[in-house]
Design a protein around this ligand. Structure first.
Ligand code: SF4
Length: 454
């Protein structure tokens, strides 16, 4: 432990920076410190969250039952059609399978599940124990693919082989095997793939609708409300739009290298970033369609004319209130900082599980003096920061929720359990409304933290 604070391990001091406290330096993108109980999930979980919204694919977890149970319908991603992704299948490995190997068991499970559910493709996830016993996933998948005439894709996501980012990489490699195998004949010159949105509460439908109004065709959603056939022909799109850069940027890079599809990094959260994303797409296509810029302006103007007056109402009450942010990818954190600023709130802590040095440098640029910036944090650190800064609201995912509630701090779920979309212009309004009702609730006056101060 450090002298600076009893909850911060000495080995983690370089992963925490207070803006204004010396020159900016951040140690990040490294394995979590053993014993520090990181908020990160394992490699397998990283690949599972990326691939699971592909709704017409079979997702089979080759491992003990806990790996599948732990990630069953992990974020409740919505589908406009099939919903096979919401089931969780496992080979349920037992002691004898570990001793003698479980390739035959995997083969039998795949055959039975494919016969029963008739999926368009199957993803087979490797877990810790499979990495240890060395089952040849690749060979089993090849055998089943030849028999059943559908793509059967191994996901090399052994939980022990690194941090969550390795899982994103395994997912991208598995998906990339599909890309380039479908028919691209009816794809427009003005077309995009949407990467890194998982359609937890219908966000993809909002974004697709904006593009439709602009005259831009969406070829594949990767992976929210995803379809195997769309991913197969995704190489025919003119542009890849990458949100949540940690999870799908590798796929975008592979598609650029192999198929020449360029990519843009975007965010659909908050007014500024949403508008910028649409304008960047319009700018990309303006030589092919000069009127697209005006159509986009009109769309943004219309949306803002409804949104701004509503936001002002919430801003009045929220001015000066304090927010803390801890999310998976740092890109979402940028948009959240800007969104809180728009409704008058101050971000006093911001962190992520998988940010890079460049991400944290950018966050350092846009945050206020005194803001705590943290990489790969843990519950003890987060609790101490929330108390120190006396936050009014904490934004995070399912693992951050209990931290906030135990401390008597308002919470906004920006991930797993969302039931209302937060993206697009309408999403910003939902966000402001939710933050307002949480922060302004009279209940916080009665929590021990505030009562002690009174
Ligand atoms: S893959 Fe390994 S770390 Fe991940 S849930 Fe399974 S056993 Fe746990």
């Amino acid at each position: 432990m450090s002298a600076q604070g009893s909850v911060i391990f000495k080995e983690r001091e370089n992963q925490i920076h207070r803006k204004g406290d010396g020159a900016f330096e951040m140690d990040c993108n490294r394995d979590s410190l053993a014993g520090a109980v990181s908020q990160r999930a394992c490699v397998f979980c990283g690949s599972r969250v990326v691939l699971y919204p592909i709704a017409d694919a079979l997702h089979l977890v080759h491992g003990p039952i806990g790996c599948a149970a732990y990630t069953w319908d992990i974020r409740g991603a919505l589908s406009s059609g099939p919903a096979l992704h919401r089931l969780s299948f496992s080979t349920d490995l037992q002691e004898m399978d570990i001793i003698f190997g479980a390739e035959e068991k995997l083969y039998r499970a795949l055959i039975e599940l494919i016969d029963r559910h008739n999926p368009k493709a199957a993803f087979v996830y490797s877990t810790c124990i499979v990495g240890i016993i060395g089952d040849d996933l690749e060979a089993v998948c090849r055998r089943v693919a030849a028999e059943k005439k559908i793509p059967v894709l191994p996901v090399q996501s052994e939980g022990i082989k690194g941090n969550k980012r390795e899982g994103y990489s395994a997912a991208c490699k598995a998906m990339f095997r599909l890309v380039g195998t479908g028919d691209t004949s009816d794809i427009s010159d003005l077309s995009v793939n949407i990467l890194g949105d998982f359609n937890l509460a219908g966000e993809l439908w909002i974004i697709r609708d904006y593009f439709k109004k602009m005259g831009v065709q969406t070829v594949a959603n990767i992976t929210g409300d995803g379809r195997v056939e769309d991913i197969k022909r995704a190489h025919g799109a003119a542009l890849n739009l990458v949100q949540c850069s940690g999870s799908t940027i590798e796929l975008a890079k592979m598609m650029k290298e192999s198929f020449g599809v360029p990519f843009l990094r975007v965010s659909y959260f908050g007014v500024e970033d949403m508008a910028q994303a649409l304008y960047e797409v319009a700018g990309f296509f303006k030589d092919k369609d000069p009127e697209i810029v005006e159509r986009t302006r009109e769309l943004v103007r219309e949306e803002l004319s409804v949104l701004y007056p509503e936001l002002q109402k919430y801003r009045k009450d929220l001015c000066g209130k304090k927010a803390a942010i801890y999310v998976g990818g740092a890109f979402k954190a940028f948009s959240l900082v800007k969104a809180f600023r728009l409704i008058g709130m101050k971000v006093v802590m911001v962190g992520s599980q998988t940010g890079t040095e460049e991400d944290y440098r950018d966050l350092h640029e846009i945050t206020d003096e005194g803001t705590i910036i943290v990489d790969d944090s843990n519950p003890l650190e987060l609790s101490s920061f929330l108390k120190e800064k006396d936050c009014d609201i904490f934004v995070g995912g399912v693992k951050e929720r209990p931290i906030a509630y135990k401390l008597g701090v308002g919470f906004c779920d920006h991930n797993h359990e969302r039931k209302q979309p937060l993206e697009g212009f309408v999403g910003m309004l939902n966000f402001a409304r939710e933050v307002h009702s949480s922060v302004m609730s009279p209940v916080w006056r009665f929590v021990p933290r505030r009562k002690e101060k009174a």
